[in-house]
Write a protein that binds this ligand. Structure first.
Ligand code: SAH
Length: 249
Protein backbone atom coordinates (compact mmCIF):
# COMPACT_ATOMS: atom_id res chain seq x y z
CA UNK A 1 0.00 0.00 0.00
CA UNK A 2 1.38 3.42 -0.87
CA UNK A 3 1.72 5.86 2.04
CA UNK A 4 0.68 8.61 -0.33
CA UNK A 5 -2.50 7.73 -2.23
CA UNK A 6 -3.14 9.28 -5.68
CA UNK A 7 -5.96 11.33 -4.13
CA UNK A 8 -3.78 12.65 -1.31
CA UNK A 9 -0.92 13.49 -3.69
CA UNK A 10 -3.24 15.21 -6.12
CA UNK A 11 -4.74 17.34 -3.34
CA UNK A 12 -1.30 18.41 -2.05
CA UNK A 13 -0.04 19.18 -5.55
CA UNK A 14 -3.25 21.07 -6.35
CA UNK A 15 -2.80 23.26 -3.30
CA UNK A 16 0.73 24.18 -4.45
CA UNK A 17 -0.48 24.90 -8.00
CA UNK A 18 -3.23 27.16 -6.62
CA UNK A 19 -0.55 29.19 -4.83
CA UNK A 20 1.93 29.29 -7.74
CA UNK A 21 0.93 30.49 -11.22
CA UNK A 22 4.27 29.20 -12.55
CA UNK A 23 3.55 25.69 -11.26
CA UNK A 24 -0.02 25.84 -12.57
CA UNK A 25 1.33 26.83 -16.00
CA UNK A 26 3.35 23.60 -16.31
CA UNK A 27 1.47 21.34 -18.63
CA UNK A 28 2.42 17.95 -17.19
CA UNK A 29 2.43 15.05 -19.66
CA UNK A 30 0.23 11.98 -19.25
CA UNK A 31 1.32 9.81 -16.36
CA UNK A 32 3.48 12.53 -14.77
CA UNK A 33 1.29 12.90 -11.68
CA UNK A 34 1.52 9.22 -10.92
CA UNK A 35 5.28 9.19 -11.50
CA UNK A 36 5.69 12.16 -9.14
CA UNK A 37 3.55 10.43 -6.56
CA UNK A 38 5.66 7.27 -6.84
CA UNK A 39 8.86 9.28 -6.33
CA UNK A 40 7.40 10.96 -3.21
CA UNK A 41 6.12 7.69 -1.86
CA UNK A 42 9.50 6.00 -2.17
CA UNK A 43 11.19 9.01 -0.59
CA UNK A 44 8.85 8.84 2.40
CA UNK A 45 9.58 5.14 2.69
CA UNK A 46 13.36 5.28 2.24
CA UNK A 47 13.91 8.54 4.15
CA UNK A 48 12.98 6.79 7.38
CA UNK A 49 15.53 4.07 6.79
CA UNK A 50 18.41 5.86 5.06
CA UNK A 51 18.33 9.41 6.42
CA UNK A 52 18.00 10.79 2.88
CA UNK A 53 16.40 14.12 3.63
CA UNK A 54 15.35 16.18 6.65
CA UNK A 55 11.97 16.79 5.00
CA UNK A 56 9.71 13.81 5.66
CA UNK A 57 6.06 14.92 5.88
CA UNK A 58 4.08 14.40 2.65
CA UNK A 59 2.93 18.05 2.59
CA UNK A 60 6.51 19.27 2.99
CA UNK A 61 7.86 16.83 0.42
CA UNK A 62 5.38 18.01 -2.20
CA UNK A 63 5.99 21.70 -1.44
CA UNK A 64 9.71 21.81 -0.64
CA UNK A 65 10.89 19.10 -3.04
CA UNK A 66 8.38 18.76 -5.89
CA UNK A 67 7.11 22.36 -6.21
CA UNK A 68 10.59 23.71 -5.41
CA UNK A 69 11.92 21.69 -8.37
CA UNK A 70 9.08 22.30 -10.85
CA UNK A 71 8.54 26.06 -10.35
CA UNK A 72 12.10 26.88 -11.51
CA UNK A 73 11.60 24.47 -14.43
CA UNK A 74 8.62 26.57 -15.57
CA UNK A 75 10.72 29.73 -15.17
CA UNK A 76 13.56 28.22 -17.21
CA UNK A 77 11.11 27.36 -19.99
CA UNK A 78 9.77 30.96 -19.89
CA UNK A 79 13.35 32.30 -20.03
CA UNK A 80 13.82 30.41 -23.30
CA UNK A 81 16.27 27.83 -21.93
CA UNK A 82 16.52 24.67 -24.05
CA UNK A 83 15.01 21.81 -22.00
CA UNK A 84 15.56 19.07 -24.57
CA UNK A 85 18.77 18.07 -22.82
CA UNK A 86 21.11 16.52 -22.12
CA UNK A 87 20.46 17.87 -18.61
CA UNK A 88 22.72 17.24 -15.59
CA UNK A 89 21.76 17.72 -11.93
CA UNK A 90 24.94 18.13 -9.86
CA UNK A 91 24.71 16.98 -6.20
CA UNK A 92 21.24 15.61 -6.84
CA UNK A 93 21.01 14.01 -3.35
CA UNK A 94 17.70 12.18 -3.06
CA UNK A 95 16.96 13.28 -6.65
CA UNK A 96 15.97 16.96 -6.61
CA UNK A 97 15.40 18.59 -9.00
CA UNK A 98 16.35 15.54 -11.17
CA UNK A 99 13.34 13.29 -10.54
CA UNK A 100 10.51 15.89 -10.82
CA UNK A 101 12.18 17.25 -13.97
CA UNK A 102 12.37 13.72 -15.41
CA UNK A 103 8.63 13.28 -14.71
CA UNK A 104 7.83 16.59 -16.42
CA UNK A 105 10.17 16.19 -19.42
CA UNK A 106 9.65 12.69 -20.88
CA UNK A 107 11.41 13.61 -24.14
CA UNK A 108 14.56 14.98 -22.49
CA UNK A 109 17.58 13.00 -21.34
CA UNK A 110 18.54 13.66 -17.73
CA UNK A 111 21.42 12.56 -15.50
CA UNK A 112 21.84 13.00 -11.76
CA UNK A 113 25.34 13.06 -10.29
CA UNK A 114 26.11 12.62 -6.61
CA UNK A 115 29.16 11.68 -4.58
CA UNK A 116 27.18 9.42 -2.21
CA UNK A 117 26.44 5.81 -3.22
CA UNK A 118 23.42 5.45 -0.93
CA UNK A 119 21.69 8.42 -2.58
CA UNK A 120 22.41 7.07 -6.06
CA UNK A 121 20.86 3.69 -5.17
CA UNK A 122 17.75 5.46 -3.85
CA UNK A 123 17.45 7.44 -7.10
CA UNK A 124 17.87 4.27 -9.18
CA UNK A 125 15.05 2.67 -7.18
CA UNK A 126 12.86 5.71 -7.94
CA UNK A 127 13.77 5.58 -11.65
CA UNK A 128 12.73 1.90 -11.75
CA UNK A 129 9.56 2.31 -9.68
CA UNK A 130 8.35 5.35 -11.64
CA UNK A 131 9.45 3.98 -15.03
CA UNK A 132 11.64 7.00 -15.78
CA UNK A 133 13.53 5.62 -18.79
CA UNK A 134 14.72 9.18 -19.62
CA UNK A 135 16.78 9.46 -16.40
CA UNK A 136 20.02 7.98 -15.10
CA UNK A 137 21.97 8.31 -11.85
CA UNK A 138 25.76 8.31 -11.68
CA UNK A 139 27.93 8.18 -8.60
CA UNK A 140 30.88 10.57 -8.75
CA UNK A 141 32.23 13.99 -7.93
CA UNK A 142 31.48 16.91 -10.22
CA UNK A 143 35.05 18.16 -10.32
CA UNK A 144 36.29 14.71 -11.35
CA UNK A 145 33.54 14.09 -13.90
CA UNK A 146 34.44 17.46 -15.45
CA UNK A 147 37.97 16.21 -16.05
CA UNK A 148 36.64 13.07 -17.74
CA UNK A 149 33.82 12.28 -20.14
CA UNK A 150 31.24 14.73 -18.73
CA UNK A 151 33.24 17.82 -19.72
CA UNK A 152 31.16 20.35 -21.74
CA UNK A 153 28.55 17.68 -22.49
CA UNK A 154 25.32 19.08 -20.98
CA UNK A 155 23.26 21.86 -22.53
CA UNK A 156 21.67 22.51 -19.12
CA UNK A 157 23.41 21.93 -15.79
CA UNK A 158 21.55 22.58 -12.55
CA UNK A 159 22.21 22.31 -8.81
CA UNK A 160 20.13 22.87 -5.68
CA UNK A 161 21.55 23.22 -2.17
CA UNK A 162 25.06 21.98 -2.99
CA UNK A 163 27.51 24.86 -2.40
CA UNK A 164 27.87 28.64 -2.53
CA UNK A 165 27.88 30.11 -6.04
CA UNK A 166 31.62 30.85 -6.35
CA UNK A 167 32.27 27.12 -5.70
CA UNK A 168 29.26 25.92 -7.65
CA UNK A 169 30.22 27.87 -10.78
CA UNK A 170 33.59 26.10 -10.84
CA UNK A 171 31.91 22.69 -10.40
CA UNK A 172 29.17 23.26 -12.99
CA UNK A 173 30.53 25.55 -15.73
CA UNK A 174 33.06 22.96 -16.99
CA UNK A 175 30.21 20.44 -17.45
CA UNK A 176 28.10 22.87 -19.53
CA UNK A 177 28.31 23.08 -23.34
CA UNK A 178 29.23 26.41 -24.93
CA UNK A 179 25.82 27.81 -25.88
CA UNK A 180 24.23 26.04 -22.91
CA UNK A 181 23.26 27.24 -19.44
CA UNK A 182 23.98 26.59 -15.78
CA UNK A 183 20.95 27.26 -13.54
CA UNK A 184 21.44 27.43 -9.77
CA UNK A 185 18.38 26.97 -7.50
CA UNK A 186 18.95 29.19 -4.47
CA UNK A 187 17.15 30.84 -1.59
CA UNK A 188 18.45 34.43 -1.27
CA UNK A 189 21.52 34.94 -3.41
CA UNK A 190 22.48 38.60 -4.01
CA UNK A 191 25.70 38.39 -2.06
CA UNK A 192 26.71 35.03 -3.57
CA UNK A 193 26.02 36.34 -7.06
CA UNK A 194 28.33 39.30 -6.41
CA UNK A 195 31.01 37.05 -4.91
CA UNK A 196 30.79 34.68 -7.89
CA UNK A 197 31.33 37.38 -10.53
CA UNK A 198 35.10 36.81 -11.02
CA UNK A 199 34.60 33.02 -11.09
CA UNK A 200 31.80 33.20 -13.64
CA UNK A 201 33.86 35.49 -15.87
CA UNK A 202 36.94 33.22 -15.67
CA UNK A 203 34.90 30.06 -16.36
CA UNK A 204 33.18 31.29 -19.54
CA UNK A 205 29.82 32.28 -18.04
CA UNK A 206 27.99 35.54 -18.83
CA UNK A 207 26.47 37.89 -16.24
CA UNK A 208 23.48 35.87 -14.94
CA UNK A 209 19.76 36.40 -15.35
CA UNK A 210 18.33 36.47 -11.80
CA UNK A 211 14.68 35.56 -11.17
CA UNK A 212 13.09 35.91 -7.72
CA UNK A 213 9.97 33.97 -6.78
CA UNK A 214 8.18 32.45 -3.82
CA UNK A 215 7.41 28.87 -2.93
CA UNK A 216 3.80 28.15 -1.94
CA UNK A 217 3.82 29.15 1.72
CA UNK A 218 6.01 32.17 1.07
CA UNK A 219 9.67 31.05 1.24
CA UNK A 220 11.86 33.28 -0.94
CA UNK A 221 13.70 31.63 -3.80
CA UNK A 222 16.12 32.78 -6.50
CA UNK A 223 16.84 31.17 -9.84
CA UNK A 224 20.25 32.22 -11.16
CA UNK A 225 20.70 31.48 -14.86
CA UNK A 226 24.21 31.71 -16.30
CA UNK A 227 24.57 31.33 -20.04
CA UNK A 228 27.89 29.88 -21.14
CA UNK A 229 29.34 31.68 -24.14
CA UNK A 230 33.04 30.72 -24.02
CA UNK A 231 34.86 27.43 -23.35
CA UNK A 232 36.06 26.88 -19.78
CA UNK A 233 39.89 27.09 -19.57
CA UNK A 234 41.46 23.63 -19.15
CA UNK A 235 42.88 24.50 -15.70
CA UNK A 236 39.31 24.45 -14.26
CA UNK A 237 37.92 22.78 -12.23
CA UNK A 238 40.75 22.54 -9.72
CA UNK A 239 40.85 19.90 -7.00
CA UNK A 240 37.93 20.23 -4.53
CA UNK A 241 40.16 21.21 -1.59
CA UNK A 242 41.50 24.15 -3.62
CA UNK A 243 38.08 25.18 -4.93
CA UNK A 244 36.63 25.24 -1.42
CA UNK A 245 39.65 26.89 0.19
CA UNK A 246 40.11 29.59 -2.40
CA UNK A 247 37.22 30.28 -4.79
CA UNK A 248 38.28 32.13 -7.95
CA UNK A 249 38.53 35.83 -7.05
N1 SAH B 1 20.12 18.65 -4.66
C1 SAH B 1 19.57 17.91 -3.55
C2 SAH B 1 20.62 17.49 -2.51
C3 SAH B 1 21.31 18.59 -1.78
S1 SAH B 1 22.45 17.99 -0.54
C4 SAH B 1 18.44 18.68 -2.91
O1 SAH B 1 18.35 19.88 -3.16
O2 SAH B 1 17.64 18.10 -2.16
C5 SAH B 1 23.98 18.16 -1.42
C6 SAH B 1 24.38 16.92 -2.18
O3 SAH B 1 25.47 17.27 -3.01
C7 SAH B 1 24.84 15.77 -1.29
O4 SAH B 1 24.08 14.63 -1.62
C8 SAH B 1 26.32 15.59 -1.65
O5 SAH B 1 26.70 14.22 -1.68
C9 SAH B 1 26.41 16.20 -3.03
N2 SAH B 1 27.69 16.81 -3.39
C10 SAH B 1 28.35 17.81 -2.74
N3 SAH B 1 29.47 18.15 -3.41
C11 SAH B 1 29.53 17.35 -4.51
C12 SAH B 1 30.47 17.22 -5.59
N4 SAH B 1 31.56 17.97 -5.66
N5 SAH B 1 30.21 16.30 -6.55
C13 SAH B 1 29.10 15.52 -6.46
N6 SAH B 1 28.19 15.61 -5.48
C14 SAH B 1 28.40 16.50 -4.50
Amino acid sequence: MPTLTPEAFSALYGRCADASPALASLDLPDGAMDRLRTVCDLLIDNAKRFNLTAIREPEEIVRKHVADSLIPLALLRDAGIDLAGPILDVGTGAGFPLLPWACALPEASLTGLDATAKKISHIRACIDAAGLSNAAAVQGRAEEAAREDFRERFSLVTARAVAALPVLCELCAPLTTVGGAFAALKSRAEEEIRDARPAAEALGLDEPEVLSYELPGGDARTLVIYRKTRPTPAKYPRRYAEIAKQPIA
